[in-house]
Design a protein around this ligand. Structure first.
Ligand code: SF4
Ligand code: SF4
Length: 167
């Protein structure tokens, strides 16, 4: 559980996931932010107004998956690094995950990296498809990786090889 070990559990995740039907349609945000904290940059980062907070800034963000088009603009806005974009419709066997990244080295597009789960455990290889930089959030990149479809809900970070090394 998040409160005990800092890792969101499947039980905590279930109520905030978009429906399977929506997930199959294409990219959509998954906001893994389940605590009431005074924070809301994700709300104003979304140009489609797909994220809201019913009770104000200390409430949890709520996504309207029908309005979200998976554009990824909210990913780098979150200081908690809690927003991911999952696209299960990417390819028959592969999905994409767009995740926040604040480490060095910065991977190159096309590079193969190691995908990590929420606990930081390596789970599979991942190909970097896109590295997005938003001038407004210059410390945080939004990186899109391609992973096997069955790892789309597990891959939440990446490990990039130091120059010349293995990931
Ligand atoms: S992915 Fe785009 S449309 Fe969806 S919540 Fe984030 S900013 Fe809004
Ligand atoms: S910006 Fe991130 S941490 Fe802050 S409320 Fe939104 S999802 Fe939660």
């Amino acid at each position: 559980m998040l409160i005990h070990d800092g890792i969101i559990s499947p039980q905590e995740l279930a109520p905030i996931l978009p429906s399977e039907e929506r997930l199959k349609k294409g990219p959509v945000a998954i906001i893994e932010c389940i605590q009431d904290i005074p924070c809301d940059p994700c709300v104003s980062a979304c140009p489609r107004k797909a994220i809201s907070m019913r009770e104000g800034i200390t409430d949890k963000p709520v996504l309207d998956p029908a309005v979200c088009n998976g554009c990824s603009l909210c990913v780098a806005s979150c200081p908690g690094l809690a927003i991911f974009i999952v696209n299960l419709a990417h390819a028959p066997r592969a999905a994409t995950v767009t995740l926040p990244y604040e480490m060095l080295p910065v991977p190159k597009e096309g590079e193969v990296v190691t995908a990590l789960d929420r606990a930081g455990k390596p789970i599979c290889e991942a190909k970097v498809l896109k590295v997005m930089k938003n001038r407004k959030y210059d410390r945080t990149l939004a990186i899109t990786i391609e992973v096997p479809k069955d790892q789309a809900m597990n891959a939440r970070a990446i490990r990039v090889a130091a120059k010349g090394g293995r990931p």
